[in-house]
Design a protein around this ligand. Structure first.
Ligand SMILES: CC(=O)SCCNC(=O)CCNC(=O)[C@H](O)C(C)(C)COP(=O)(O)OP(=O)(O)OC[C@H]1O[C@@H](n2cnc3c(N)ncnc32)[C@H](O)[C@@H]1OP(=O)(O)O
Ligand SMILES: O=C([O-])CC(=O)C(=O)O
Length: 371
């Protein structure tokens, strides 16, 4: 290799003031504020404002921003019609990708300024939970519920999904989940968004590409993989046998390992607290036993527990079907995608790395009849 950055490991492509990860110390900061403090004290609306505009909002700014988000929830009729026509077998991330792409056809002129990105960002951030909840209800033969303009971003999603206002502790847990998922520097989906944005394509094209990247099981899709693996194990006594079999078969433990964290992901610690508080006891115990084995046997390779390990147990406790978990990740991450897109295009340069060619050159072309 020309350099050692396979998979762009440890390659810095720009400077940014949005997020700092200390991968060995297990620390994470959004605009300088620790993730633990934001999760405990803040809200998704406030964190989105912080990520986009660089400072915590004043009370008035937060009220206006929250109102604007709430006002932007309603889906256009054309999109509602489309949601009914998406195949019921589609994975919700695929359906969400189609829905956001369709929104782009209603409003997809190139986004050349950060202000334009934020204007569209408000609309898409507001609509993603509405799209997800509406799709879920249509798929299950239930009537979609109109978004409320009174509820918080987190509470409105749960309300639209279940058809009733959520208990306070569910609203808080969902709000915390959205905060924890909101931003994480230049992860695979954010790089994807920035790459599309760097061609000066439109906001929606960039976000659609980000949704596609997030869906994969090595990235956001791991949240579904992690809980499915706990369910597959089935009982705490079976964890050990399952783990050593997985190692023997060279299967990855979902929700473990990370390109940047070589220690416990600080977001996973917060999720673990909520999983203990709200989650199914058996699933929690399975996950805890598996975690011990991961840390003991894979810790020396720098494999620890990541953000996707515990979160599914929290969503499961709120009666949310597993196939929606990655869409909840997207509901949070839209904030970070938008922040990075706006920051990058404000001093844009086309993203275009190289591949070292190792094939042959100068081969003689043979016409098809002679092959
Ligand atoms: C929100 C997020 O995106 S967080 C990540 C979510 N993804 C997952 O949870 C899926 C499982 N995890 C993984 O597949 C990986 O840890 C990734 C993709 C996240 C990071 O991968 P990379 O940084 O490329 O690590 P890489 O693949 O080089 O692995 C390094 C070593 O750790 C091992 N390893 C890494 N993750 C795991 C895991 N989950 N289970 C078992 N072993 C693992 C690899 O086998 C490798 O071992 P080796 O050196 O003996 O061959
Ligand atoms: O940073 C990464 O590579 C993956 C991750 O944890 C995230 O996107 O939240």
């Amino acid at each position: 290799m020309v350099n050692s950055g396979k998979g762009l490991e440890n390659v810095y492509i720009d400077q940014s003031s949005i997020c700092y990860i200390d991968g060995f110390g297990g620390k994470l900061y959004y605009r300088g504020y620790s993730i633990e403090e934001l999760a405990e004290m803040s809200s998704f609306e406030e964190v989105t404002f912080l990520l986009w505009y660089g400072e915590l909002p004043t009370k008035k700014e937060l009220e206006e921003f929250s109102k604007e988000l709430a006002r932007s929830r309603k889906l256009p009729e054309e999109l509602l019609d489309l949601l009914y026509r998406i195949p019921k077998t589609a994975h919700p991330m695929g359906a969400l990708r189609t829905a956001v792409s369709f929104l782009g056809n209603l409003n997809g002129e190139p986004s050349a300024t950060p202000e334009d990105v934020f204007r569209k960002g408000i609309s898409v951030t507001a609509k993603i939970p509405v799209i997800v909840a509406t799709l879920y209800r249509i798929k299950n033969g239930l009537d979609p519920i109109e978004p409320s303009t009174k509820l918080s971003h987190a509470a409105n999603f749960l309300y639209m999904l279940h058809g009733e206002k959520p208990p306070k502790e569910w609203e808080k847990a969902m709000d915390v989940a959205l905060i924890l998922y909101a931003e994480h520097e230049i992860n695979a989906s954010t790089l994807t968004v920035m790459t599309v944005g760097s061609t000066l394509s439109d906001y929606y094209s960039a976000i659609v590409a980000g949704i596609g990247a997030l869906k994969g099981p090595l990235h956001g899709g791991a949240v579904e993989g992690a809980i499915r693996q706990f369910m597959e194990i089935g009982s705490p006594e079976k964890v050990e046998e399952w783990f050593f079999n997985a190692l023997k078969e060279k299967r990855r433990i979902m929700g473990a390992g990370h390109r940047v964290y070589k220690t416990y992901d600080p977001r996973a610690k917060v999720f673990k607290k909520y999983a203990r508080l709200l989650g199914d006891k058996t699933l929690y115990e399975i996950a805890e036993r598996l975690e011990r084995l991961v840390l003991e046997h894979l810790g020396k390779k720098g494999v620890s527990i990541n953000v996707d390990y515990w979160s599914g147990i929290v969503f499961h406790a709120m009666g949310i079907p597993i196939e929606l978990y990655t869409t909840i990740f997207a509901m949070g991450r839209i904030a970070g995608w938008t922040a990075h897109l706006a920051e990058y295009i404000s001093h844009n340069r086309l993203i275009r790395p190289r591949l070292q060619y190792v094939g042959e050159i100068g081969k003689k072309y043979v016409p098809v009849e002679m092959r």
